[in-house]
Design a protein around this ligand. Structure first.
Ligand SMILES: [Zn+2]
Length: 199
């Protein structure tokens, strides 16, 4: 597709689709065509859903989960145990934990992992806020449910260190999370087992 074969609106659509994870220029062209061929069932509805999400979704000021209310519905749910915080890398990991239904406490989305290679230090992550929450007095346990990658484990070590002066128990998901595994790829039973045998 070039500016001679398609208008700027179509080129812009393709360029933006190509920025999505897993989509390169070729699949972005296919996706754009697919949308344009189904204006009523797909394109218009997707446009409305995107506008709605852009308008209403915010990151929770306590835990950084995405929701349409702030604090998010998990942070404000009275039935959830405020004394246990489960720290995860991304909102997708929180979703995986929630799908498994094994955790009834609250979350903290760290926002990634420390990475010397990518120049990501503690200040680029949502860690100070976690330390602050853990020191508030109502928290007795922080579960580090970071992914079993090298960066994930480095980050877990760092957070454990930052929490060491506080009277909170710091636990980690036990084996069951395979090395290099990500929470989002695990089935519910595996997450439940890892949660039950945390140390
Ligand atoms: Zn929240």
């Amino acid at each position: 597709v070039s500016s001679r074969t398609a208008g700027p609106e179509i080129l812009r659509l393709i360029d933006l689709l190509a920025k999505l994870p897993g989509l390169g220029p070729r699949s972005a062209r296919r996706a754009a065509l697919h949308l344009l061929k189904k204006p009523d069932q797909l394109l218009n509805q997707l446009a409305a859903a995107l506008a709605d999400a852009a308008d209403k979704v915010v990151a929770c000021s306590i835990c950084a989960n995405f929701d349409t209310v702030n604090p998010c519905s998990i942070c404000s749910a009275p039935g959830r145990d405020a004394s246990i915080i489960c720290a995860v890398e991304e909102v997708g990991d929180l979703w995986a934990m929630e799908r498994s239904g094994v955790f009834r406490g609250r979350y903290h989305v760290v926002g990634g992992t420390l990475s010397a290679l990518d120049g990501i230090g503690p200040d680029q992550l949502n860690i100070s806020k976690l330390v602050e929450r853990a020191g508030s007095g109502e928290v007795r346990e922080v579960i580090l449910a970071l992914n079993a990658t090298v960066d994930g484990q480095t980050t877990a070590h760092y957070i454990t260190d930052r929490l060491s002066h506080l009277p909170v128990k710091v636990t980690r998901l036990a084996h069951g999370v395979p090395v290099g595994g990500e929470l989002d790829h695990l089935d519910d039973g595996t997450i439940a087992a890892a949660m039950a045998s945390r140390r």
